[in-house]
Design a protein around this ligand. Structure first.
Ligand code: HEM
Length: 155
């Protein structure tokens, strides 16, 4: 069965919660990434430069928001078209930027885990369940596959 309207709704609903406090959830998202994979610190320009995770850093927020928002857009596309289509120029850019930063395929699993945990914290135990987890997970996986495939063209 394809991506359902209900799944799309669950993703959109939690994105609305994340949107209400981007500075906080961006910071949580990056703290979780580094908790899961401390080595990832050296890939991000804005993390390399400082001992601690910088508060209110625009680049940090930009990356977090891109991941949250593009995953949400993927959920909408999955329901509407049955597949994730990233605009060609965007995808090329994503391929280049990640290869240049030293990102490897396994990092996408780290970011997925951090994303899911951030959403769990944001919406709370009462709303968090397997259905929400799988809806975000599927939307993220398909987006990540598109980026990873593009990264193979940028060696
Ligand atoms: C840069 C999106 C996954 C590491 C970027 C940029 C975008 C982006 C749009 C360009 C800069 C910006 O606008 O912030 C995404 C999306 C992802 C994803 C949508 C997954 C669906 C990852 C993963 C890693 C990663 C898994 C590694 C853990 C980086 C790094 C940069 C970057 C190191 C350069 C940032 C800097 O140093 O300023 N990403 N990314 N990204 N991304 Fe990702």
């Amino acid at each position: 069965m394809g991506f359902t309207e209900k799944q799309e709704g669950l993703v959109k609903e939690s994105w609305e919660v994340l949107k209400q406090d981007i500075p906080h959830f961006s910071l949580r998202f990056f703290s979780l990434i580094l908790e899961i994979a401390p080595g990832a610190k050296n890939m991000f320009s804005f993390l390399r430069e400082s001992e601690e995770i910088p508060q209110n850093n625009p680049k940090l927020k930009a990356h977090a928001v891109k991941v949250f928002k593009m995953t949400c857009e993927s959920a909408i596309q999955l329901r509407e078209k049955g597949e994730v289509v990233v605009a060609d120029t965007t995808l090329k850019y994503l391929g280049t930027v990640h290869v240049k930063s030293g990102v490897k395929d396994p990092h996408f699993e780290v970011v997925k885990e951090a994303l899911l945990r951030t959403i769990e914290e944001a919406i709370g135990e009462e709303k968090w369940n397997e259905e929400v987890k799988n809806a975000w997970g599927e939307a993220y996986d398909q987006l990540a596959e598109a980026i990873k495939a593009e990264m193979k063209n940028h060696h």
